[in-house]
Design a protein around this ligand. Structure first.
Ligand code: HEM
Length: 432
């Protein structure tokens, strides 16, 4: 645990010190107020912190590439060192040699540039249209209602519940499995794959054990989903997996590797992020009883609160771009080929854009202008689904549970990433 009064600098965050992950906002404020950007050698990238700069870079795919969205070091030295060490183990050497290891490693969606990216989004966007999301709402309600039975059971038995373990992990996992059409499968295995595959995002010095998990899960994921794709191509079904397996955009098919890469992103991108959004909302309501009472009285505030929490505690702290040409940002010349870390979490707290940025205000007028879902070409296709899940989750929690507050024994420990920011557990108890 860190000392609350400790002051952290950006290197503490990049090196994943808990205190810096728990409260990175003063670090970002300092960077915004000085030059707005700084080069960080360990990250191998410029850190871009002001709202206007982050937004305009996101919208400019002519000059900025997405080919390395998790940063130059994400697949860098430490990962390679772990792989080399593991190669000494015959069992792991066989895994690394298998053809499944290289499957799905193509530029797709998150790490693709136009024109490929546009072709791929044309396929994906219909699956997330508002009518398709509305059609999923009864299932979201059913899953959330079912999970709340366990939440209530824990509360009745022990007077408190770990809401992450019992609720906020399970909801997005089950919903994405439902959407893909693999819901009868082992969700704990999917969650493990998701955690392991996402590990290099915001962890640029993984342990050998973490690298091993990453490699094994990548292989198992590829084998499982390649078989599912083949099945859906033989006998199409009515789900996202089948849409992807049989996609035909303007007469062009997606390659197997593009299909696999897409599935990986759906499993990974929609999972932990949505868990963290809902956990952040529950924490906020638990520690602010006045706000909780207000939202209970006026449930219409829930939508605004979701946007405000996305702004206030961005689940994806920031992603990377690479300059295609020489550029000038905030008065600094940056050569072609350099990497930029666009810090959404900092842009969202920029006082030049959001008045009183460190206050939670569900009625903030311009709240929807936050950058938690990105902006422009790569804007998150799952935003509507994440918002629906959060709305239904919070509505049901407020309807089902007595007023709740934080339990006494929280350690507020965050996941080991400087990009994906979320509590690993949260204990709440009811007043009644
Ligand atoms: C609170 C929840 C979520 C947050 C905060 C979030 C955040 C983001 C952000 C910031 C991006 C933009 C990346 C960039 O500009 O490089 C993105 C893209 C993406 N998200 Fe989400 N996301 C969430 C939920 C979801 C869900 C539920 C899904 C799918 C089921 C999803 C799938 C994707 C995919 C496939 C991309 C890549 C899109 C592209 O590059 O064109 N996300 N997300």
């Amino acid at each position: 645990m860190s000392n609350e009064s400790e002051t952290f600098v950006i290197d503490d965050l990049i090196h994943r010190r808990q205190g810096a992950i728990a409260c990175p906002y003063p670090i970002f404020a300092g960077l915004r107020e000085t030059d707005g950007l700084v080069f960080n050698a360990d990250l191998g990238a410029w850190i871009i912190t002001r709202y206007d700069d982050v937004r305009s870079i996101l919208r400019d795919t002519e000059r900025f590439s997405s080919l390395n969205p998790t940063g130059p070091q994400a697949a860098g030295e430490a990962l390679m060192k772990g792989i080399m060490e593991l190669m000494q183990d015959p069992e792991m050497a066989a895994v690394l040699d298998s053809s499944a290891m290289s499957r799905g490693r193509v530029a797709v969606l998150l790490n693709a540039d136009p024109p490929d990216h546009r072709r791929q989004r044309k396929l994906v966007n219909p699956a997330f249209r508002p009518d398709r999301i509305r059609a999923m709402e009864p299932a979201i309600t059913e899953v959330a209602t079912r999970l709340l039975i366990d939440v209530q059971a824990d509360l009745a038995k022990t007077g408190q519940v770990n809401i992450v373990e019992r609720f906020t992990v399970g909801l997005p996992m089950t919903i994405i499995a439902l959407a893909l059409g693999v819901v009868g499968e082992d969700l704990a295995t999917f969650k493990r794959w998701s955690n392991d595959i996402v590990m290099p995002v915001g962890n640029h010095s993984p342990s050998t054990e973490q690298v091993k998990g990453f490699l094994l899960s990548t292989k198992q994921f590829a084998e499982y989903f390649l078989a599912q794709i083949a099945q859906r191509q033989a006998v199409p079904t009515n789900d996202l997996l089948s849409d992807i397996a049989n996609a035909d955009i303007d007469g062009e098919k997606l390659t197997d590797d593009e299909q696999l890469g897409m599935l990986q992103q759906f499993l990974v991108a929609g999972n932990e992020t949505t868990t963290n959004l809902i956990t952040n909302m529950i924490r906020c309501l638990a520690q602010d009883s006045e706000l909780q009472e207000r939202v209970r009285r006026e449930p219409a505030l829930i939508d605004g609160l979701i946007e405000e929490m996305l702004r206030f505690e961005a689940p994806v702290g920031g992603l990377f771009r690479q300059t295609k040409v020489d550029v000038e940002i905030a008065g600094t010349s940056i050569p072609a080929g350099d990497h930029l870390w666009l810090v959404f979490a900092s842009a969202n707290r920029d006082g030049c854009k959001f008045a009183d940025p460190d206050q939670v205000d569900p009625e903030r007028l311009n709240v929807k202008e936050h950058l938690a879902f990105g902006n422009g070409e790569h804007f998150c296709p799952g935003a509507g689904l994440a918002r629906s899940e959060a709305r239904i989750a919070i509505q049901l929690i407020l309807e089902t549970l007595e007023p709740f507050s934080l339990a006494a024994d929280n350690d507020f420990h965050y996941g080991d990433s400087f990009v994906l920011r979320g509590l690993t557990g949260l204990n709440i108890s009811t007043w009644g």
